[in-house]
Design a protein. Structure first.
Length: 609
């Protein structure tokens, strides 16, 4: 079905299927309640960022009248004319106006409201709640503020503001909002104490959180969210049986706010997944997404359980479903790229056969302790700086999303590989070898095992570590180890937010690792040929040379004689050059400074800055 706006432009209603949320506002241009609702929605739409909220106003009123109303009100969204009422009938919006339908992913009608006044207020609160579900905390707060302007006593709108502040890490503000609600009594008191329990759980005050959760259970025994809070605290204390009991209670209690409901099933599913109950876990994740179509955490968690069973095509379908709801979710995108690689591998018979042979050969060498390590053509020239990551152990609480360490390593590997300076061992190969050797997380935590694996993959460096899930975020502790010396050459400790973007922290880790590699493992080679002010080096893309890399030409110092011994002097730089073009085996550099003519076999070394 399609409608035209007051200017004659067509809008296909099927487009709503491709948007995360669309508000269809059916109104009568001659009705005061309709116009009041239209003005309120327009105020909200004007205050939202571009693309955050889609509103279509639909009316069976004459085009001229609707156009006049829209112009006078300064309406910023399309006003569509439903001649004959076909669309209004399809959404059962003819008899009572205004009527509102909130349309979610896939064109599914999530909510409907009829009438003005209180119904308009209830609609706005629900849109604010749906915005929280979509992780759009800015829009949720803006709509909550609009409701509270007209009705400061609306407890649900105030709770939305509290949870929006909580998700924005504004703990003091969230605590103040919930404390204010808790003092009011009735429904507001329950909402407030529920929110305070969440604040205290995330603020390292588990005893206060548990006490409030118990109080809420007594006042509102059919609400399940506080059982999720209790379960998360108990799980972090390694009281997993008690945690499971709380998650089971939560899954059986049906009352709660829309943005809380999916977690009742998700956390139980996460626990099942971690204890090898994948079938039951997927049932829980399906229920989470059914009750909240924006809850892509459940969709990706389901995909991870399918990965663990080798069902990569089904896992990929789950990740793509998540991306259809939120195309900007970096977590789902990273998992999808990894699954695509595994599906492609399974369909490429030749590549799969080669991979199978290599996996068997590497596994046999590991068992027979014949890891060969790194071979060099000569003592000076560098080979590629190869790095492999071993899966990080995840500890602490039960993270909302499964596969966090996998996503981190996938993204970090992609970034480092893209630099051209470091070569990352293919993740698919590493995982296949670990599977063949049946090396679990406990064995991988052994430094000797990790070093042996690094040498097996001919990697100079190996990255290993852990993720500690805490209420306020996840702490990444990473060590980079030199497989030849067994020394730790770099450590990284970062606090990450699994529910938000980790791009900034990953960028910093990537930058720090590249800086470390250039400083501690500079590329070294020889001048292969001199052509005027340009030279050819025996290093190319295979060794990690990229356009713009700078080199010093080194000359051995004369040394110093002292008490019958000759003390070696540090080499000095007699020229500098910058790479202008790169081939796989060699590169061409432009000389930028020289103290003497350059010649074949002059030694060169990468400059770190």
């Amino acid at each position: 079905m399609s409608l035209k706006d007051t200017a004659g432009k067509s809008y296909g209603l099927s487009a709503a299927k491709r948007r995360p949320m669309t508000i269809l506002y059916f109104f009568d241009a001659g009705s005061r309640p309709s116009l009041e609702g239209l003005l309120t929605l327009n105020q909200v739409a004007k205050g939202s960022k571009a693309g955050a909220l889609t509103v279509w106003a639909i009316t069976m009123s004459p085009k001229e009248k609707a156009s006049d109303i829209a112009r006078k009100a300064g309406v910023t969204f399309p006003v569509l004319i439903d001649e004959g009422g076909k669309v209004s009938d399809a959404y059962r919006a003819r008899q009572v106006l205004p009527s509102v339908c909130v349309v979610g992913p896939g064109g599914k009608v999530l909510d409907s409201f009829q009438g003005g006044g209180k119904a308009t207020e209830a609609m706005l609160v629900r849109v604010a709640e749906r915005s929280l579900q979509r992780k759009d905390t800015t829009l949720a707060r803006a709509i909550g503020d609009e409701v509270l302007k007209k009705n400061p006593g609306n407890a649900k709108a105030r709770a939305v503001k509290g949870y929006a502040a909580l998700r924005q890490k504004k703990m003091k503000e969230a605590e103040a909002v919930f404390a204010g609600l808790a003092r009011q009594g009735g429904e507001a008191e329950v909402l407030g104490k529920e929110g305070l329990a969440t604040v205290y759980a995330k603020g390292k005050q588990p005893e206060k959180a548990l006490a409030l959760a118990k109080e809420v259970e007594g006042k509102a025994p059919r609400r399940g969210y506080v059982n999720v809070v209790k379960g998360d605290i108990l799980y972090a204390q390694n009281r997993k049986k008690e945690a499971e009991a709380e998650y089971v209670k939560a899954s059986s209690r049906t009352e709660g706010e829309p943005y809380q409901q999916a977690s009742r099933y998700n956390q139980l599913g996460r626990l099942y997944s971690g204890s090898d109950r994948s079938g039951k876990a997927r049932d829980m994740f399906d229920k989470a997404v059914e009750i909240d179509p924006y809850y892509i955490e459940g969709t990706t968690n389901k995909g991870v359980t399918l990965e663990k069973e080798g069902k990569w095509d089904q896992a990929l379908a789950s990740y793509r479903s998540a991306l259809a709801v939120n195309p900007g979710d970096a977590f789902a995108a990273a998992l999808a790229r990894r699954a695509e690689e595994m599906v492609a591998l399974s369909k490429d018979a030749g590549r799969k056969e080669r991979m199978d042979r290599l996996v068997k050969d590497l596994a046999d060498r590991f068992r027979s302790r014949k890891a060969e390590g790194i071979k060099r053509d000569d003592e000076w020239s560098s080979g590629p700086t190869v790095l492999t990551f071993v899966d990080f152990q995840e500890k602490g609480g039960l993270a909302e999303r499964d596969g966090f360490s996998t996503v981190l390593l996938t993204r970090l590997s992609e970034n480092l590989n893209a630099s051209g300076r470091v070569k990352i061992v293919e993740r698919a190969l590493v995982e296949r070898v670990l599977e063949e050797l049946n090396l679990g997380s406990s064995k991988l935590a052994d430094p000797e095992t990790a070093l042996k694996l690094g040498k097996l993959f001919a990697a100079r460096l190996i990255g290993t570590g852990s993720l500690l899930h805490l209420p306020e975020g996840s702490v990444l502790s990473m060590r980079v180890i030199d497989t030849e010396t067994s020394g730790i050459v770099q450590t990284e400790i970062r606090t990450l937010d699994p529910s938000g973007s980790v791009d900034e922290e990953l960028f910093r880790i990537n930058r720090d690792m590249l800086k470390m590699v250039m400083e501690k493992y500079p590329l070294r080679g020889f001048v292969a040929k001199v052509e005027g002010e340009e030279v050819l080096l025996n290093l190319g893309a295979k060794q990690g040379v990229v356009k713009g890399t700078r080199f010093d030409v080194l000359e051995e110092g004369a040394g110093i004689a002292y008490k019958g011994k000759k003390l070696a002097a540090a080499p000095k730089a007699v020229a500098q050059m910058e790479i202008v073009s790169v081939e796989p085996e060699f590169s061409r550099a432009k000389v930028t400074r020289k103290d003497r003519p350059l010649k074949q076999d002059d030694k060169v070394q990468e400059r770190a800055n």
